[in-house]
Ligand binder design. Structure first.
Ligand code: FPP
Length: 256
């Protein structure tokens, strides 16, 4: 299904990779075992997205709220982050993946930050697909940090507009997500890319993240290709002709 530049392939896919803990529990294993399998699913998904012409993939690896998890799970996720970089960096570099880590770096250990700096530098010139890993990230945190930077610049409120604020968000290099996928069966956004997903098409799957594969991705892409994106405009081809009211003729119910 490779159709780079085709409107039916989203330029930017965002994923909430949920369900690792349940996947591990079903196997009577600790939660970190599920996260480890989640890294394999992530690497599979990066390749599958690149093969299909997706240019940007953003995944939620650790939220601002995940610090509330048990200490061993938090330290397990930090260690996994470093292991994942060591294990997959060479292949990602060879395969044209540009990796960026986005989020609040305060509270993250020097070792983890050093591994991020290493993979970002090693892949900086790649152009096939951008992989943004959101770590210690929250959509509300992002908007607040952008406001703080604007205030520090001495922004004049009369000149502030959406474009200027967006330039201060951590995802400012990428277009907004076209397709927002959440695995694991829950139907919520969980504070991921709140500003950027204003017009994203949402796709929810019951698949637990470690089971996510090219087939699941294709189901999401097929659902996306069937959507009509209107961005607030009137539909070009109304599905129900009776519901279509020409703008020049106010609907009768308005004058009742
Ligand atoms: C949510 O599943 C998943 C996370 C909080 C972590 C996601 C991390 C990965 C997939 C690994 C990739 C990370 C790195 C280090 C690159 P959950 O634990 O909430 O699952 P549950 O809802 O079944 O309990």
């Amino acid at each position: 299904m490779r159709e780079a530049d085709s409107p039916s392939i989203p330029r930017h896919v965002a994923i909430v990779m949920d369900g690792n803990g349940r996947w591990a529990r079903k196997r009577l294993m600790p939660r970190v075992f599920g996260h480890k399998a989640g890294v394999d699913a992530l690497v599979r998904t990066v390749r599958a997205c690149a093969d299909r012409g997706v240019r940007h993939l953003t995944v939620f690896a650790f939220s601002s709220e995940n610090w509330k998890r048990p200490e061993d799970e938090v330290s397990g996720l930090m260690a996994l982050m470093m292991n994942a970089v060591a294990k997959h960096m060479a292949a990602l570099r060879e395969e044209g993946v540009r990796v960026r880590i986005v989020g609040d770096r305060s509270g993250i250990s020097a070792g983890v930050i050093a591994s991020w700096d290493t993979i970002e530098a090693a892949t900086a010139h790649n152009q096939r697909i951008d992989l943004y890993v959101a770590f210690n990230y929250g959509g509300r945190w992002d908007i607040v940090q952008a406001c703080k930077r604007l205030l520090a610049e001495g922004v004049d409120p009369s000149t502030l507009d959406e474009a200027r604020l967006a330039r201060h968000l951590v995802m400012h290099e990428a277009p907004d997500p076209d397709l927002f996928i959440r695995t694991g069966g829950e139907l919520r956004l969980s504070n991921f890319l709140l500003w950027q997903s204003a017009y994203a098409e949402l796709h929810f799957s019951d698949c637990l993240w470690p089971d996510f594969d090219a087939g699941e991705l294709d189901r999401a892409l097929q659902a996306y290709a069937r959507r009509e994106r209107r961005f607030g405009r009137v539909t070009a081809s109304p599905p129900d002709a009776d519901a279509a009211v020409p703008l020049s003729q106010p609907a009768s119910f308005l004058s009742r």
